[in-house]
Design a protein around this ligand. Structure first.
Ligand code: CUA
Length: 337
């Protein structure tokens, strides 16, 4: 008896600690900058989806509370009386088990349909072709003649029409702040029209398991004010000037002699490989390895030296470059703005 009491008091001390821990974890989540959150919408489609989510939470939360309350009443009644409980009336089963669920589910179905119907924003869209690869995103602006990877720059307040394809297996494009998910399927082009209502950087993620590095198939959507978007497009349409700095110039040679050009494209160079991402503007990109690491000199050097150590299973082999050549090629890549 005493042991049991001690056990109970230990449990009693344990539960508040767990509850406090859980609350702290939740509050910590609240302090993040909400770059990847369906509950902090940054566009009309995501707003509608978030509204539906809150509606469902309220209705189903209400159902849960009422059910728990009824269960509690039943338990307490049963404890108080020694007689076997009276069965509930048939009307209660019909109302609570058939009519009420039917009304609630049909109501939520109608709300979902209305949400889906209203997801297409009107206006002249910007078209972006996104192709999923194991494990990165090819991003092409056909009207502007730009090819990049793992990041989408879009203008605020204008619809962006995404044409989604895959080069291999099924992937899924998801930027929770801007829209719901859309799968990228073999032999098929799916479209998704999203729109950002404020500038910001929103993180996206492949949302369909696609192999060992599925978790590191991330991307960013950079929403820019119209004039900043136009400036970004104009800058990307230019080719980087030939490197004048000796180390970068040597890196340009190494890029070809080491065979980087067989897998990568650099527009205007003898580099038209299509296995890996287009590197025409790699120096201006925000991340490397599809959201794996910030794009800076140290990370890029590590990546070129041994990408298999950073993202095992990706298609880029170890480079085995001499130290000087490694630094030269990184300098060249960083010059590609
Ligand atoms: Cu691509 Cu998961």
């Amino acid at each position: 008896m005493r042991r049991r009491r001690r056990h109970r008091s230990r449990l009693a001390a344990f539960f508040p600690a767990v509850a406090a821990g859980a609350l702290l974890a939740m509050l910590h989540g609240c302090h993040q900058e909400h770059r990847q959150s369906a509950l902090h919408p940054a566009g009309p489609a995501a707003e509608r989806i978030a509204d539906l989510w809150w509606l469902m939470l309220a209705v189903l939360g209400g159902v849960f509370l009422v059910t728990m309350l009824l269960a509690l009443v039943a338990i307490l009644r049963h404890r108080r009386s020694s007689e076997p409980g009276r069965p509930v009336g048939q009307w209660f089963i019909v109302a609570g088990g058939i009519v009420l669920p039917a009304v609630i589910l049909v109501g939520l179905l109608i709300a979902s349909l209305f949400t889906t119907v209203g997801l297409h924003p009107p206006g002249e869209p910007v078209t972006i072709r996104v192709t999923g690869h194991q494990w990165w995103w090819e991003v092409e602006y056909p009207e502007q003649g730009i090819v990049t990877a793992n990041e989408l720059h879009i203008p605020v307040g204008r619809p962006v029409r995404l044409e989604l394809k895959t080069a291999d297996v099924i992937h899924s494009f998801w930027t929770p702040n801007l829209h719901g998910k859309m799968d990228l399927l073999p032999e098929l082009t799916n479209t998704l029209v999203l729109q950002a209502s404020r500038p910001g950087v929103f993180r996206g993620q492949c949302a369909e398991y696609c192999g060992i590095q599925h978790a590191w198939m991330a991307f960013e959507v950079v929403a820019l004010a119209e004039e900043d978007f136009v400036a970004w497009v104009e800058a990307r349409q230019q080719q980087s000037p030939d490197p004048t700095e000796p180390l970068a110039a040597r890196g340009r040679e190494v890029f070809t002699t080491a065979g980087c050009n067989t897998c990568h494209t650099v527009r205007g160079e003898k580099a038209e490989g299509e296995v890996g991402p287009d590197l025409t503007h790699i120096g201006s990109r925000r991340t490397i390895g599809a959201g794996l690491l910030p794009n800076n000199k140290g990370n890029l050097t590590g990546w070129v030296a041994n990408p298999q150590a950073l993202k095992p299973g990706n298609k880029m082999p170890r480079s085995y470059l001499e130290s000087e050549d490694l630094h030269a090629v990184v300098e060249y890549l960083r010059s590609l703005q």
